[in-house]
Write a protein that binds this ligand. Sequence first.
Ligand code: PEP
Ligand code: MG
Length: 544
Amino acid sequence: MKKYVGKGVYGAVAIGKVSLYKKQEAVVKRIHITDVENEKARLAQAKALAVRQLEEIYDKALKEVGEANAAIFEIHQMMLDDDDYNDSIHNIIESQSVNAEYAVAVTADNFAEMFAAMEDAYMKARAADVRDISNRLIGNLSGQSANACASDEKTIICAGDLAPSETVSLDKKKVLAFVTAHGSSNSHTAILARNMNIPAIIGVGDEFLNEIKDGDEAIVDGFTGEIFVNPDAETLTAWREKQLADEEQKHLLLELKGKENVTLDGKKINVYANIGSAAQTGEVLLNDAGGIGLFRSEFLYLENSDYPTEEQQFIAYKKVLESMAGKKVIIRTLDIGADKQVDYFHLKKEENPALGYRAIRICLTRPEIFKTQLRALYRASVFGNLGIMFPMITSVPELERILSLCSKVRLELKSEGIAFSASVELGIMIETPAAAIISDKLAPMVDFFSVGTNDLTQYTLACDRQNPDIEEFVDTHHEAILRLIEMSAKNAHEHGAWIGICGELAADTTLTETFLRMGIDELSVSPSFVLKVRDAVRRTDLSK
Ligand code: PEP
Ligand code: MG
């Protein structure tokens, strides 16, 4: 087995045989000619044929990749008509008395070099387009047929590079994936592969091209850009599973996209996603989540070498809120300490860090850090539908201090004339047994609860979540945990609050019905589990 890495341009997995794409590039000879007019007439004929070919390719592309992506072949037609391009070919034929093929090849080299030298990535990638149309002209002039692949079965097409027209001209029914040694992710080949929904990797390098052979077995992972050639059994099994999971996911997405998350008897449930960085909002939207149920804001602190400023935080929160375009975004305030250590906080080494100085305990004892975050959050609130959530709550006085600080921040902003939304929901995590047990006292103070089953499990079962040696004692379905969730749900509803679950257990679909029967209103899970949970919700019937 040998592994190569390139840049994945379409996320999917393909497993199959390799077929080397054989470019039938004409060897262009410089031939002295005497009849210049005849050479120009040959060129005109080749050009007319190229235009017809491009019209056909455009029609094929229109069907397969849509108008916006097919447009490149209209541009190719325009490039063929470009005055500078044509003047250059004619000048070379006339001034050097040479054949049209040679004049086209020299012009192609000059123009491609000019594009490749440009700063702008889009313009740089146009070098491939000029070569594409020029190869077509040369092929037509020399009467050569189209390029071909050796195989008739569905294969992984491997090539040095693929021109946009070659990519579209390939018979999609025979292509499992594309892998090219060269190319850029901005190239039209990459764009077309993406839109043809074919796993594709570009820029794998010359070593790959020199070593790969027709008929080799390969795994193409368009998510990671990895290619495994002649994979061992273990790798094959792992990637078959990945392929299956991805196909199931895509199938579910097609089925569920745009549909409401209602149980069979009509109860609406919010299925949201958990994220750990602003960059993950793409994944959230891709998986069609209804909102963000837990944004672990720690990443801002973990990624920085000093306390992130109010402005830095404001920009990050605003970005997430704007990308979610009015969908709910619940941002959890700083949950540092225990397993998440940050140097510049200078936290002391503790005997039992999970039971120690972490999360809200740091925020309440170092209010300047907390206030900076709250100001940034409230300032960002005008850019979307924000909820703020506090971790590791254990008591009423703790929550009173938090709420009083929030109101202080709102007053401060108001006096400074800084806008913030009046409808920011405030909630707490139920992740300590104490919070669940006094949830009747906490519920009237907030808009929502979100159960953090990861910590609730560790604290209820007295099982350190970081310790792999005690995994057999971690019964996530333990009755004590389920009773605490049920109790919290009942108390939330009795006091007008809503309740969600954002710990890992929310994605356990064997418990979806149990949670919904308890009255859970929202389930927030990793983006990749959203569809699975939505599917489970839509299959649940609470009327029976
Ligand atoms: C939890 O404890 O369940 C939770 C969601 O928070 P974290 O995993 O970040 O501690
Ligand atoms: Mg937690």
